[in-house]
Design a protein around this ligand. Structure first.
Ligand code: IMP
Ligand code: MG
Length: 174
């Protein structure tokens, strides 16, 4: 980005603090349940890595790959490409998302996971954009509720770029 195309929304220390709170809550709620945290790639990347390190109970980790036909800012259709490698049957599943926007990805993924007959399925997302919601999503844990800005960084991309930014920025529309 040559010009200033984004502004800081959540700096690293704020993210770390909130993620630690989420990890504590999950550790408390899932004590003795040996949950599987299933990350929805790729947006979960950084959040999941940080979140699992704040969880103090035994957890297992797996991934599901959700992708859209549309590479840009909006997403019309969700395609689940990868399936978790482990059996989720009878297990307590925590789906880990970077951001819930329209709700398509979370709903489709939860549906696919429920077909595997887990004991329970909940969703944790770092960011929740309820104003963009097109379908109801039952989110159990959310890091931050944001306006319907397009955000980048901390695993979240714009055209596959900026996932590596260590903070979350809001894209400024020209
Ligand atoms: P949904 O399916 O519309 O809820 O969108 C969820 C997915 O869209 C996320 O996993 C992201 O890949 C992408 N997405 C939605 N909003 C943003 C954003 O503000 N920044 C980056 N990616 C986003
Ligand atoms: Mg994306």
């Amino acid at each position: 980005m040559e010009r200033k195309e984004f502004e800081l929304l959540y700096p690293q220390d704020i993210l770390a603090h909130r993620i630690k709170e989420l990890g504590l809550e999950i550790s408390h709620d899932y004590e003795g349940l040996n949950p599987i945290m299933v990350g929805i790639l790729k947006g979960c990347l950084i959040f999941m890595a940080d979140l699992i390190r704040t969880v103090s109970i035994p957890v297992e980790v797996d991934f599901i790959y959700a992708s859209s036909y549309n590479g840009g800012v909006t997403r019309d259709e969700t395609v689940l490409v990868g399936r978790p490698k482990k059996s989720l049957t009878g297990r307590h599943i925590i789906l880990v998302e970077g951001v819930v926007d329209s709700g398509h990805t979370a709903v489709e993924t939860a549906k696919a996971v429920k077909e595997m007959e887990p004991a329970s399925v909940e969703i944790v997302t770092l960011l929740d954009k309820p104003k963009s919601r097109k379908m109801a999503v039952n989110i159990k844990y959310r890091g931050f509720v944001t306006d319907d800005y397009f955000v980048i960084g901390f695993g979240l991309d714009k055209d596959q770029k900026y996932r590596n930014l260590p903070f979350i920025g809001r894209v400024i529309e020209p």
